[in-house]
Design a protein around this ligand. Structure first.
Ligand code: ADP
Ligand code: ZN
Length: 218
């Protein structure tokens, strides 16, 4: 089992980059944000617990996240390749992930830190739109759909995530600084951190990450 992590502030492009990597590599995309949004939509017990935290831009409690991730990994093949996006987000979660991987005789191969300036993070988040039906991401300026408000892929409606309102965005960036940024030195010390410039066009960032992951498989 190979494991990579996409680490970075909200708006750094974790989801978009993950999509690009998934289409040309064996990595299974595990996004705790997507899993939580699905749980909220489906009204499951996890979704009911998570919804209020997410609306405020706060982190969902570690225990909820752990259960979600373990369940997801139990479903996948044991020797699969995993790409985590939006997880871990606290030192506690990082320790939990180490324990989960140890049980599976696996370890973290690389952690990619997606780096972009704060103004860019904010403009990406405020302009972000998502397809209600298939989850495809857009941006009103950078990646506009061919027809305003309509998904190119499936014709579904585009909407703005509840946590992409300006005041919530600022809180999410703040939460990142307070609770997640310490993971950078945590993984740097383990010798697995790779910084990548995520202010460039997405295909450049994807290509750089793929070069590193392809070298891992040989
Ligand atoms: P972003 O990185 O742009 O904030 P995500 O989709 O990764 O978007 O996360 C959206 C929200 O879901 C977070 O603000 C948080 O409330 C919740 N969430 C996602 N992943 C985690 C996690 N690993 N731990 C705690 N909360 C999480
Ligand atoms: Zn769609």
């Amino acid at each position: 089992m190979r494991t990579i992590i996409l680490l970075g502030a909200p708006g750094a492009g974790k989801g978009t980059i993950a999509e690009g990597i998934r289409s040309s590599s064996p990595f299974v995309h595990v996004s705790t944000g997507d899993m939580l949004r699905e749980a909220v939509k489906a009204g499951t017990p996890v979704g009911q617990k998570a919804e209020a935290f997410m609306k405020r831009g706060e982190l969902v409690p570690d225990g909820v996240i752990l259960a979600l991730v373990e369940e997801r990994l139990d479903k996948g093949s044991r020797d699969g390749a995993y790409m985590f996006d939006g997880f871990p987000r606290t030192i506690e979660q990082a320790r939990m992930l180490d324990a989960i991987l140890e049980k599976r005789a696996a370890r973290i191969d690389r952690v990619f830190l997606l780096d972009a300036p704060r103004e860019l993070l904010i403009s990406r988040l405020t302009g972000r739109r998502v397809c209600r039906k298939c989850g495809q991401g857009y941006h009103v300026v950078n990646i506009p759909p061919r027809k305003e408000g309509i998904c190119d892929v499936c014709g579904g409606d585009l909407y703005q995530r509840a946590d992409d309102q300006e005041s919530t965005i600022l809180n999410r960036l703040d939460v990142y600084t307070r609770q997640t940024e310490s993971l950078i030195s945590f993984y740097d010390k383990k010798g697995v951190l790779v910084r990548v410039d995520s202010a460039r066009p997405r295909q450049d960032t994807v290509a750089e990450i793929l070069r590193v992951t392809e070298a891992l498989t040989v």
